[in-house]
Design a protein around this ligand. Structure first.
Ligand code: NIG
Ligand code: FE
Length: 428
């Protein structure tokens, strides 16, 4: 008697499992070690992966209502976007011209544009408007293969509006099939009210915002933009340690535009990830490697900043820093297709297709503390799976600019078929 399954995927030319890295992220040459099964198969039931192996063996064991023939295609864990600023209202298209005329990102911010413009527009938005914008963005991310997204606050910059943003994330998570993991980023910019006394805003974050957000369980992580003219290392230390007292796991925007020692701080406070790292020091990188802090690299960021200083991924991988790649989706970097940062990671960070796959699956899962739930095709994990219409994983980033996604399975349900969203399955 055959066992029953909801979905059986058969005949994947390559089944990329990435199994074996759930306890510890993949580092060094293991980032190329994808655990590939040729002519691979996956059995799914009740939203979970129940078996993984060769097609011949699973076809004998299971009968399923839905059988997907993945012949000439590759099957991978759903992509995880571990760093986004998903929710905001408004847009900043005019800044593209300012940047082309030579104004820097930090100058635009100092003049009240940049993040501060988005703060004005987001403060006047309702929760419903934020959720609606989020749904559209998640739809676009999902159709490109993303099944889990980390999303930051940071465009409220006061008690009421930071909480409003995080509440919008909570509703969005209930409404949309993509999982959204919320991060408090109250320390994203100095709000205009505190322009002349930033320390007082840091006190507000520490005394009010963090306790309130933690009490309402609105965020899992606590992030700080440590940067020249924004938050200092000492601000970052105070905010991240305070969050830890309240159970919020530290993350940090580290050494993005200027070197301030963000990577070192990530190690010191026990951050789960240090993000950007374009200017990180060797000492800082060594600390990340020793402590297993995930380096979340965002290859779109130096491009949209137009400073073109890409992080040295090759050096980081050689040193043993576990690397993830993410989109940094935000109003200065409106990219809903994770395959863009993926191909940039190959052409600008010199990462192989295999390393990039690891960086948007299991290592990205580690960056958001979900490595036991998602990020690999392993028995017991969530059935979050993407099928790409290419014959081998070597085609990832080799063929670029069109969506490679054929099918997406989220929580054991087909939500994208032949590259198109199946709307009824996505929203509740
Ligand atoms: O990760 N660097 C700070 N935050 C974002 C940009 C946010 C914005 O410009 O609105 C980043 O690049
Ligand atoms: Fe960011």
């Amino acid at each position: 008697m055959k066992k029953s399954a909801d979905i059986l995927i058969l005949h994947a030319s390559e089944l990329v499992t990435l199994d074996g890295y759930s306890d510890k992220p993949a580092v060094k040459s293991d980032m190329r070690n994808l655990g590939i099964i040729r002519d691979g198969a996956v059995a799914i039931e009740n939203g979970r992966i129940i078996d993984v192996g060769k097609s011949s063996s699973l076809a004998e064991k299971y009968s399923a209502e839905t059988v997907i023939n993945a012949d000439k295609k590759i099957v991978l864990p759903g992509f995880i976007d571990a760093h986004t600023h998903l929710l905001f209202l408004g847009s900043r298209e005019e800044e593209l011209t300012y940047k082309l005329e030579g104004m820097s990102y930090l100058e635009i911010l100092q003049r009240g544009g940049g993040i501060l413009k988005t703060v004005r527009e987001t403060r006047s938005a309702s929760i419903q408007e934020l959720v609606k914008a989020g749904i559209e963005r998640l739809d676009n991310m999902l159709v490109h293969g993303v099944t889990t997204v980390e999303g930051k606050s940071g465009y409220g910059l006061d008690v009421e509006n930071e909480i409003k943003m995080l509440e919008a994330y909570k509703i969005l998570n209930e409404k949309h099939v993509v999982d959204v993991i919320p991060t408090l980023l109250a320390a994203h910019a100095i709000p205009p009210e505190y322009k002349d006394n930033p320390d007082e805003y840091v006190d507000l974050i520490i005394d009010e915002i963090i306790p309130k957000v933690a009490e309402r369980k609105l965020a899992r992580f606590n992030d700080v933009f440590v940067e020249k003219g924004v938050f200092t290392i000492e601000h970052g230390r105070r905010i991240l340690l305070r969050g830890k007292e309240y159970g919020l796991v530290p993350k940090i925007h580290a050494d993005e535009i200027n070197y301030l020692g963000g990577a070192e701080l990530a190690g010191e406070v026990g951050a789960i990830s240090a993000d950007h790292l374009a200017r990180a020091s060797d000492k800082g990188l060594k600390i990340l490697a020793d402590k297993g802090v995930i380096g979340v690299l965002l290859p779109t960021a130096p491009m949209v900043l137009m400073d073109y200083s890409y992080p040295n991924a090759r050096k980081m991988i050689n040193m043993g820093v576990p690397i993830a790649i993410a989109s940094d989706f935000n109003p200065n970097c409106w990219v809903e297709n994770i395959q863009v940062p993926m191909f940039m990671a190959t052409y600008f960070l010199k990462m192989t297709p295999a390393e990039v796959i690891t960086a948007v699956t299991i290592n990205a899962a580690h960056a958001i503390g979900l490595s036991h739930e998602v990020g690999s095709i392993s028995v017991g994990k969530k059935a979050d799976i993407v099928i790409l219409d290419v014959p081998s994983h070597y085609w990832i980033n080799y063929k670029f600019g069109t969506n490679l996604v054929d099918t997406v399975i989220k929580n054991g349900k087909i939500v994208v078929e032949k590259g198109k969203l199946k709307n009824r399955e996505i929203r509740s």
